[in-house]
Design a protein around this ligand. Structure first.
Ligand code: 13P
Length: 245
């Protein structure tokens, strides 16, 4: 079985005004012949302008969340089709900041993932354990249950990725050891293999990925790329991670 094409995606979270598009342009100018697909996921307010700024470049644009419904009286929300209409080709779903901050369940993430598929977006579905769950020895059980509950069967044969983001590693500067990352990624791979006949989905690692630790993380077994938060806001840092592959 051929290895999945790696994906390195930047999640800008709630950061970025129009001036930040210069960083996106600098990423596009610096990517060159990367060994991975490269994406930036800005806040919804910048999706259209970034997709225009990066048109014709190798850098893909993604959203950070979408509503499961196509339209309706959902003040403040954005549908998958709206993101696609604005130029997004990917969307992050089930990020722990949404699971924790908005009570998003696996079932809701699965519904959003289905909506993304219907809109032609490639989902990046996030999973990850809390520190308490890791300390209790529950990391594998929690993460594989999230994978089973958050990925609808309709993903079979469609491009998607799973991002393993331990909650305690996000924005903290802490990362699991390489064997700990590999243990979880292998468990996710086995779960995907049981769910989908031939799952070629890359399994991304996310949580305090920086230029200095990217090479070791990206070359770990079953790591098919990275989902990068803080270090994706500056082109030089993000390019340092892309270049580490
Ligand atoms: P940091 O890279 O800032 O730790 O964030 C990771 C993350 O949450 C990406 O989605």
């Amino acid at each position: 079985m051929t290895a999945p094409v790696p994906l390195i995606a930047g999640n800008w979270k709630m950061h970025g005004l129009a001036a930040a598009l210069d960083e996106a342009r600098a990423v596009a100018a610096g990517v060159g012949a990367a060994g991975a697909r490269v994406a930036l996921c800005p806040p919804a307010s910048l999706v259209h302008r970034m997709s225009q700024a990066l048109a014709g470049s190798a850098v893909l644009v993604g959203g950070q969340d979408c509503r499961a419904e196509e339209t309706g009286a959902f003040t403040g929300d954005v549908s998958a089709e709206m993101l696609a209409d604005a130029g997004a080709v990917l969307v992050i779903l089930g990020h722990s900041e949404r699971r924790a901050g908005y009570g998003e369940s696996d079932a809701l993430v699965a519904a959003k993932t289905l909506a993304a598929l219907h809109a032609g977006l490639e989902p990046i579905v996030c999973v990850g354990e809390t520190l308490a769950q890791r300390k209790a020895g529950e990391a594998i059980a929690v993460v594989t249950a999230q994978v089973r509950g958050s990925l609808p069967p309709e993903l079979a044969g469609r491009p998607f990725s799973v991002a393993y983001e331990p909650v305690w590693a996000i924005g903290t500067g802490l990362t699991p050891t390489t064997p700990e990352i590999e243990e979880i990624h292998r468990a996710i791979r086995a779960t995907l293999a049981a769910m989908f006949a031939s799952a070629q989905a890359p399994i991304l690692y996310g949580g305090s990925v920086k230029p200095g630790n990217a090479a070791e993380i990206l070359h770990a077994a079953e790591v098919g790329g990275a989902l990068v938060g803080g270090a994706s806001l500056k082109a030089a840092d993000f390019l340092g991670i892309v270049g580490a592959l």
